[in-house]
Design a protein around this ligand. Structure first.
Ligand SMILES: [Fe+2]
Ligand SMILES: [Fe+2]
Length: 177
């Protein structure tokens, strides 16, 4: 059976709401590590700035969830934990890993948002517009991350694959439940 438009839009908002919240949680975990165990003022500044954008993204989807009476994913508490955990441990691994975490996630999100933009009909022009804007922000985050030292060399390529696989899994689950 073909998915109805309403169903498609519902899935888009549910998963993006979860994803943007996940992004905030990753940065929260990174900042927690930077405030307790590791000290790197420059990295901290970069993360605080990007986290502000994620908050704007998240707030938009939170409003949409309420306005359209969509159920958020039931797994939010788990994504929160995993997000903070991933962020925290990435900082423990060092600046390169912390920034790779952003780069890897954003590379998945880039394709994810692109797919959504292509699937949205014109009756959802305002939503489409927002996702186009957010995708630009995420691509910008990816660039910032590479400039700040993200790398996929050696061991880091494994970290990249783990993050990408995890992000894709979280996306697939959060669309549905
Ligand atoms: Fe975002
Ligand atoms: Fe981002």
């Amino acid at each position: 059976m073909k998915k109805t438009n309403r169903k498609i839009v519902e899935e888009i908002i549910r998963v993006d709401h979860a994803g943007e919240r996940g992004a905030m949680k990753i940065y929260e975990g990174q900042l927690l590590a930077l405030e307790t165990i590791k000290n790197n003022e420059n990295l901290k500044e970069i993360i605080i700035e990007m986290k502000l954008h994620e908050k704007v993204h998240y707030d938009f989807f939170e409003k949409e969830i309420q306005k359209r009476k969509i159920n958020p994913t039931k797994l939010l508490p788990i994504w929160d934990l995993l997000g903070v955990g991933l962020g925290f441990s990435s900082v423990l691994l060092g600046k390169k890993a912390a920034m790779l975490c952003t780069a890897s996630v954003e590379e998945v999100i880039d394709k994810h948002y692109k797919k959504q933009i292509d699937s949205l009909e014109n009756d959802e022009a305002a939503l489409k517009e927002k996702i186009i804007k957010f995708r630009d922000d995420e691509l910008n985050h990816k660039d910032i991350a590479y400039e700040a030292g993200a790398t996929k060399e050696g061991f880091y390529s494994i970290f990249d694959k783990i993050i990408k696989t995890g992000s894709k899994l979280a996306i697939n689950i959060s669309e549905k439940i």
